[in-house]
Design a protein around this ligand. Structure first.
Ligand SMILES: *Cc1c(COP(=O)(O)O)cnc(C)c1O
Length: 352
């Protein structure tokens, strides 16, 4: 509290990011980062970018990076937007493409930033409950709204909806923007990017933070009809003309182009996920089927908060989320096989 804060700041409830502990004696399974370092080609490109050219501002339109993304997804550059992490891309999309005269819709269990942005932008919103199996129910979105955001796979549950369901949603709300947040898509779901050529109201957002092992670089992007991209660019250029550094633009372009590396690491994560699910099921945990690089788990006779504390004492960090329906679950990121084995052994030592 401060008398220097304006009324808006007094009323904010900011997003609470997962802890980034100092030191490296911690097994960090709380923020869905990749356990492997990024593509060596991305690192090399970033090293090359560290020269005297850094005295100059970066390209405000990020042409080369947008071209690399366009090439990868077979899209012209007019359909590509880039930003400082997909969080920023989502913020610009909420600001530019959602109508304020009706509530924006998203699931009651989804990415915690959606309600935070709505509040920051004075955007009314309504949360649509997941069904009893914690799945998104598309029919619940057939009501008047200002726009829709769907995380696919969904944040914190790992459940993915089909492309048929997304196409149906786009047809259900032809005059409203449907934002598909694909932060986890590379770990086992189908991307809606091809659908953006058929539905001018569909905006697909992706990030390099999870599957590309580049959370520290802060690069995200969106693909959609040129009118959507132009609207977001108007907001971006009214806020920060240079959100991506020269180093980030070069590194991200190289990372995006290295599809062989991506296939390899995502395959590894999927294998570790299957192996971990088997081991933790054997310990009696309930687990939601996940297409993402995390699993949501619950033990029928152990309190989630107590498990979280027990793990922390052994230097293992997982995440408990605040959404009421999943308060008694823990979200565990998929690390290396060794990290997941250590987690299972620590749970056993806690008497499970
Ligand atoms: C991690 C995450 C993001 C944010 O990604 P950044 O690109 O690191 O800002 C966006 N949406 C969902 C669903 C996420 O889990």
């Amino acid at each position: 509290m401060s008398r220097f804060w304006n009324a808006r700041v007094h009323q904010l409830h900011p997003y609470i990011p997962g802890e980034q502990p100092r030191g490296d004696d911690v097994v960090k399974l709380n923020t869905n980062e990749l356990p492997y370092g990024p593509s060596p080609r991305a690192i090399a490109a970033m090293r090359d970018a560290c020269d005297d050219s850094l005295r100059l501002y970066p390209d405000p339109t990020a042409q080369d990076l947008r071209q690399a993304i366009g090439t990868r997804f077979d899209m012209p550059i007019e359909r590509v937007f880039v930003g400082n992490g997909s969080d920023e891309v989502l913020a610009h999309a909420f600001r530019a493409l959602v109508a304020q005269d009706a509530p924006m819709l998203f699931a009651d269990v989804s990415y915690g930033f959606y309600p935070v942005y709505c509040q920051l932008f004075d955007q009314p919103f309504r949360e649509i409950p997941l069904n009893g199996a914690f799945e998104i129910d598309i029919d619940g979105y057939d009501i008047p709204c200002g726009g829709i955001a769907i995380a696919n796979p969904n944040a914190n549950t790992g459940h993915a909806v089909s492309l048929d369901a997304i196409a149906r949603l786009a047809r259900m709300q032809p005059d409203r923007t449907i934002i598909i947040d694909e932060a986890y898509v590379d770990f086992g779901a189908h991307s809606a990017i091809p659908l953006t050529q058929h539905y001018d109201n569909l905006l697909v957002v992706q990030t390099l933070s999870k599957s590309h092992g580049l959370a520290g670089l802060r690069v995200g992007y969106a693909i959609g009809h040129p009118d959507l991209i132009e609207g977001m660019t108007r907001v971006k250029d009214s806020f920060n003309s240079y959100p991506l550094s020269r180093i980030a633009q070069k590194g991200a372009a190289a990372a995006i182009a290295d599809t062989a590396w991506l296939a390899q690491v995502t395959e590894r994560v999927k294998r570790t996920r299957a192996r971990f699910v088997g081991r933790i099921e054997a310990l009696g945990f309930d687990i939601l089927p996940s297409c993402a690089n995390f699993v949501l788990v619950r033990h029928p006779d152990r309190d989630a908060g107590a498990l979280l504390d027990g793990l922390r004492e052994q230097h293992m960090i997982v995440r408990q989320l605040s959404a009421p329906r999943i308060r008694d679950w823990l979200r565990i990121s998929i690390g290396t096989d060794q990290e997941m084995d250590r987690l299972v052994e620590t749970l056993e030592a806690l008497g499970i």
